[in-house]
Design a protein. Sequence first.
Length: 623
Amino acid sequence: MAERTLNFVRSIRKSINLRSKLLVLFLALTLLPLSLQGVMSYAHFSQTLDRKTEQFTIDMVRQINTNLNRMLKDFERLSLLPLYDQTVLGILRKYDGSMGSGTWAKSDDYQKMKLYTSAQAYDRPEIRGIHLISNSGILFSNLDSLAVKPVWDGSQEKWFSELRSTEGIWHLLPPHIPGYYVSGQEAEYITVGRELRDPGTLQRLGYILIDIRLEAFGQLLSNLNFEQKASLMIVDSQHRLIFEKTSTDGLSAYAPLLSHGKLQDYADNQKIELDGRSYLHVRHHSGYSGLSVISLTPITVIQKESGEMLTFTMGLALLCMAAVATLAVLVSYRVTRPLIRLKHHMIRVEQGDFSQRVTQYSSDELGQISRGFNRMMEEIHRLFHEVYMLEIQEREAELSALQSQMNPHFIYNTLESINMMAVRQRHAEVSAMVTALGRLLRYTIDKADRMVTLREELAFVDSYVRIQQVRYNGELEIIYDMEEEVNDCLVPKLILQPLVENAICHGIEGRLAGGGTGGMIWVSAVLFDQELLISVRDNGKGMEQEELDRLNASISGQTFSGQNVHSPANPILHRRAGESLGLHNIAQRLHLVYGKDSGLSVDGSPGQGLVVTLSIHLQRKGD
């Protein structure tokens, strides 16, 4: 299965064109780093923002608790003031007794206590009322006498029993509805209370109760930028709710915490699950008041800015991806357009149209390829026509060869008839010449091989010399000096006959024309390792040294003293033009067959003849 999938992926990859590959590569090289950077930046920003929000919430809760302590300290100070007023203490002593046993207080005492409590509550809108209660239940208040009961039995109130066991220490009572108010529509109040004891005897004289409106705790948050969707609660050491600010949905968080019995189990700062929702739980406890400020902030609220950042990042990323994709398409199109145009030209070339040319190209590498394509097509067009013409010529040559197949046989038969006639007429020289000429024709025409043994080449030379000996009436003699191992060496056909012909025509013929006698030609061959040296020497008129230098330069195709050796205007070499051309052809054949290390050289002196040496570097067997 894995191999099949891999083969499928490979087939798809092979079928994708270059433009698509460039597009995918450009998108990958551009979008992958941008995406990676965006994800990492968002993750870092989100984590940092969440930490900042959590820390802000923690600092906010601490600040709320600090403000709460400041307010409660003010109420604690207010509850201590009666202990420093002897008039207040004296009035409370008058009405001692068991709770609820009091009946009525003097109007003068009411007036004094009212002035005192009214002065303490002046300009304190957060205070609903300040009440001084004697042991017998006589109640003195800053409120109107019609708003509160003159005598009140606190033993009937459960919340009041907590105050009787505080032994003079101020105590914060959770929200409750006091029973000493006359109106039945009174709301709940938070009360700061204290037992008032005689400073001298520490005997209890009564109580002071300071009723605080719940709005006073809400004012603590009015100047703080607290999250509206978060819940805030203040609980006492017994986990009773003192105050709660609910979130905008109006749901209380205290009841679910209390119902799950987890109110006291959570640590100060941690994430919790409540009714299927995640919250950041922040708790700060005050050692002074014993109150704990608890904040429950939904995680979704904390991650709100992170979500907005994610939305912005995704939108920006999509915009960038669209821009990059558009740019990638344009770039890949601009890059591959010349290649696609070149591909279309090549397809037409494959169909046989060799006239295709790229007309528009730039100066970059693609432009160089286009120019190279044009040059290649011009060369292919030229070679195509050359091959076409050569094929036509070859067909014509084949036709001509077919037409002339009978000519060699006709010549051989004719020469054989002449030879028979010479034999019958007893003309031995004519018979020898005709026999040698037949051998020459058979060697040049019948032999199709390019390489022959040195023995066969020497036999051909000997036939040629026999004809020339008859021509010169026996004034020509040839001597062969060959080592036995060189006879089977392969040499190019017709490589020695031109040298012997040059020796006869340009050397010995001149000697005989000048009145000399006895023309001699020496043909020798030796083998040194893999180098075969063949020399053809004559005793002709020879050449001057300057003429030899020019002849060797002509053979090698070089110039001599700034003059082209092949120029017909050269007066010295004009008579040797045919000889130098033949020797040059032999040298070129040696170079083509055996390489540049093989060649031909001419040496000699005036009146002493010339020697032409062939240097052949034979190939090793198997090369």
